[in-house]
Write a protein that binds this ligand. Structure first.
Ligand SMILES: *Cc1c(COP(=O)(O)O)cnc(C)c1O
Length: 372
């Protein structure tokens, strides 16, 4: 009999469709025999981290033989100052992905349910399914809606029942770029029974230039069942290091601490994140570059007459009105890597990250050729 681990795996795990990451530059260049390609596929910060953050990493590297601080004390202190909360309300993660998985592991099992929206971040289904819990997927707003493909909180509300334990909301959402308003979101959180945790994933919030936009981190003192996740992967430019955090009631953090790997955040990441938080000027520059780049990309897409979904992130979702894989292929041949979102049930859409001015120009001309 031949060996096949598929027969040994937990049944719930077999249901999981594996996450397909954006291809790294090196792989695309090898595959297509090209050089000087650009990657606008994973919503990374084109500026990267600041020189101050690089310096902090270099210092941390000098004591790399030591285990990291398992409690992440210094980073938590800096975060507690930023968010006006206690360090007991903070959980650090190996990226915010780690926190989403910890939340599912700690609060879900085969007898309960979790709710998320159609076109939500791909990690929610993976995290939920691994626990054997039942996923309830709320239909997103239709393609004709002003916030097309966005989270419909009313539809999510209707899926709540006695077995619901967790609700995931990304604001703004990836891959759509869509968002929910402060009024809608706060009313939703207030309406959810206290024995259900509401997880609001704010991976892109630093990019949002809108005074009216909800910052759910301000509500953690008001709603004990609210968890807000943030990341250093996007606006802080540290995607490769893997560091994020959750803000919550201290008792939620205490539960997460039980499933957390003792040294889940490495020492370089701890040092870098602490330095990055301090460098508000670099963050400002990163956001400003994105705001300008977004304008450039939107203007360029308008002249290509491509449908663009509303976005408050550092990326846009477009509808190519033909299989996106074809357009993607044509762009790859020109050395421009963007992200088809077929796996999300969006077969004609492409997600494109905002890059530097030069990268955006190159992306727009590659797209023009690809759409011809
Ligand atoms: C990128 C992203 C994250 C962040 O993932 P990390 O694990 O922190 O790198 C979280 N949520 C959403 C919606 C994202 O797009």
């Amino acid at each position: 009999m031949s060996f096949d681990a598929l027969e040994l795996a937990a049944p719930a795990v077999l249901e999981i469709a594996p996450y397909i990451p954006g291809k790294p530059l090196s792989e695309v260049e090898r595959e297509y025999g090209i050089a000087n390609s650009i990657k606008l596929a994973s919503n990374e910060n084109p500026l990267g981290p600041s020189p101050k953050t690089h310096a902090a990493m270099a210092i941390a590297l000098q004591t790399i033989e030591l285990y990291p601080d398992g409690n992440g004390f210094e980073l938590k202190q800096a975060l507690a100052r930023k968010h006006h909360c206690s360090i007991e309300q903070i959980t650090l993660g190996n990226g915010s992905n780690d926190l989403l998985v910890m939340l599912a592991e700690a609060f879900l099992n085969a007898d309960v349910e979790a709710i998320y929206s159609q076109y939500c971040f791909a990690i929610y289904p993976i995290a939920v399914q691994a626990t054997g819990a039942t996923a309830r997927v709320a239909a997103a707003y239709p393609n004709t809606h002003a916030m097309a493909l966005g989270h419909d909180l009313e539809a999510m509300s209707q899926l709540i029942n006695d077995r619901t334990r967790l609700i995931f909301i990304a604001n703004p959402n990836n891959p759509t770029g869509t968002w929910v308003t402060a009024h809608e979101l706060k009313a939703f959180v207030a309406s959810v029974p206290k024995d259900i945790l509401v997880v609001i994933d704010e991976a892109y919030i630093e990019y949002v230039q809108d005074d009216q936009f909800p910052d759910a981190s301000l509500w953690i003192h008001e709603f004990e069942n609210l968890v807000v996740t943030r990341t250093f992967s996007k606006a802080y430019g540290l995607a490769g290091l893997r560091v994020g955090y959750a803000l919550s009631h201290p008792s939620v953090a205490a539960v997460l601490n039980r499933v957390r790997q003792p040294f889940n955040v490495n020492s370089i990441a701890l040092a870098a994140a602490t330095a990055a938080l301090d460098d508000t000027e670099h963050l400002r520059q990163s956001v400003e570059l994105n705001t300008r780049g977004m304008q450039q990309v939107l203007t360029g897409l308008e002249s290509l007459a491509v449908r663009v979904y509303p976005s408050k992130g550092n990326f846009v979702l477009i509808d190519c009105e033909r299989p996106s894989t074809e357009v993607n292929e044509a762009m790859l041949r020109q050395g421009v890597i963007v992200r088809p979102v077929t796996g999300y049930g969006l077969p004609t859409q492409l997600r494109i990250s905002i890059g530097t001015e030069q990268e955006n120009t190159r992306m727009l001309s590659a797209l023009a050729v690809a759409l011809k």
